[in-house]
Design a protein around this ligand. Structure first.
Ligand code: MN
Length: 234
């Protein structure tokens, strides 16, 4: 007997489905997986002490239920050094394995402005010890995200300003065109490692200027023509 034949009488409460609103509609994008790209802007790679020219893209995941859509980021436990990383997020409407770069754009549903919030002290300790990054990257509410703008409205995003202001002051600034690995390359590379599917979100890396947040901070992220992201650190 397989699960389909069983009465769905769950023995614990079913967790809510993580989902992100679609800008300008009452529609919702259901989240399946949440992938992130490390060091995808040369200047940020340098500020983290790496040589951007010598590295292939690498990936990690956050828990899908760590998406935050209500603009509230509670300062997480177990860290005294929580950093903001403003990122372009790509939402997938289709999937597959071994996607060629030329076909990658067919998988894109739309884009959003996201924050890859990071417990930098725990990440640094994990790097030093050669341990996994989950404690630094995949904690509760670690992925605030704005509404998704469908591709038909935004057009293919290959250039455009990406910025983050904290309490009205510019902290991060870059251009999508400065990505070491453009979105279509990221999709192609990622699909060599994982079977991509509709509902996947990909955080595509952060420009230079990452830094610590404090309780009460107001974060405002913008990318080109996308719906902006406003987050309060509570
Ligand atoms: Mn990041």
């Amino acid at each position: 007997m397989n699960l389909r034949d069983r009465v769905l009488d769950f023995v614990v409460d079913l967790a809510p489905l993580p989902a992100v609103p679609v800008a300008g509609t009452r529609k919702t994008f259901p989240v399946r997986r949440l992938y992130c790209v490390g060091r995808n802007y040369a200047e940020h790679a340098r500020e983290m002490g790496h040589d951007p020219l010598r590295e292939k893209p690498f990936f990690f995941q956050k828990a899908p239920d760590s998406v935050v859509i209500d603009g509230v980021f509670p300062y997480p436990p177990a860290s005294g050094d929580v950093h903001h990383e403003i990122e372009l997020v790509v939402a997938l409407k289709a999937g597959g394995h071994n996607i060629p770069t030329a076909k990658a754009k067919d998988l894109i549903y739309g884009y959003a402005v996201g924050l890859d919030m990071t417990r930098r002290d725990l990440q640094a300790e994990a790097k030093k010890q050669g341990r996994p990054w989950e404690a630094g990257k995949a904690f509760d509410r670690a992925a605030p995200i704005g509404a998704i703008t469908p591709l038909e409205q935004s057009g293919l995003l290959v250039k455009g300003l990406i910025t983050l202001d904290v309490n009205g002051e510019r902290r991060q600034s870059g251009d999508i065109a400065d990505m070491i690995w453009p979105v279509t390359d990221i999709i192609a590379e990622l699909s060599q490692l994982f079977m991509l599917a509709p509902g996947d979100l990909i955080f595509t890396g952060t420009p230079a200027g990452v830094g610590a947040v404090n309780r009460g901070d107001r974060l405002h992220g913008e990318i080109a023509r996308l719906a902006p992201l406003d987050v309060m650190v509570a």
